[in-house]
Design a protein around this ligand. Sequence first.
Ligand SMILES: C[S@@+](CC[C@H](N)C(=O)[O-])C[C@H]1O[C@@H](n2cnc3c(N)ncnc32)[C@H](O)[C@@H]1O
Length: 294
Amino acid sequence: MRVYEKTNENFYEIVWNARLQFVIKNLSVVDEIQEALTVFRQADLSYFWSLNSLELKQEEAVSTKHYYTGEVTLTPHEPELARDRFLVAEEANKQQIDIILSYIDEDTDVIAELGAGYGGNLIRLAKAFHDKTGKSLSERDIKLFMAEFTTTGRDLCLEFLKRKNAPEMELQYIDHKAPDLSFLGQAKNPLIVTVHSIEQVTELPADYFKVLSQAGANVRGLHMEPVGFQFEPEAPKWAKHADFMKRKNWNHNFAEVIKQAEKDGYITIDKVDTTFADSQRENPTTLIAWHSNT
Ligand SMILES: C[S@@+](CC[C@H](N)C(=O)[O-])C[C@H]1O[C@@H](n2cnc3c(N)ncnc32)[C@H](O)[C@@H]1O
């Protein structure tokens, strides 16, 4: 039997695989991509998905270690709770898409989401862009890159992209711990986005924003991440959230690394909005925007 070490990456490898099996089993008849995405999110949020674990005795020690088995147990929520979770998630997602839309300008030639999960944000962005401008992103020569660490996240994205009205996008591997953006090639004005993905990485490498800032001629970055407590460490309102992040072993150094990148002259931070969104009450979202110095 295969077992998985308890890392945040393995958590998502298993989580996206469970969703992939669910979509293949239940949603293969839904032919249109946006409809499939909506039905998927409704179904997704109507269950609690818990990852099964087991304890294994360590060979050379008396201690035991916990592993994921790869199996997932689905427990249905009460219908009212399921509906509320869906509505809250839709509202939060709309706010995120609206912000990304507002950062697309005449010169944008690439939009890349790093840690894109199954590509849901980009699929919705493509529709929102079309609704707003009457043109598709590819008609405007804007190329979409969906970059994700897990194979299963990318497989789930491909499962959605088989459907009618699917936007064009290129799928790539990314690891925030060692980012390599060479797949962006000769991008002139890329917009690089992350949404609750850097949160998963306990410690970003010191050169993270240097690498991102060199991924094109004029790079802009847009991050919606739960890092408000890092920018306002003294504020009592963040105590519970900071504690949550620590307990989860999630990111603790985004603010430090981005401020250092600014001091070192690689980027200019344009905006830090710690009040951006708190739909995930335990995990409120801060918006950070920056551009590269050229
Ligand atoms: C909460 S999900 C968010 C997914 C997507 N951004 C969204 O908003 O739907 C976190 C994502 O971060 C990814 N992730 C975890 N560790 C990562 C790493 N080291 N590098 C890049 N992505 C990672 C996970 O695989 C997962 O897809």
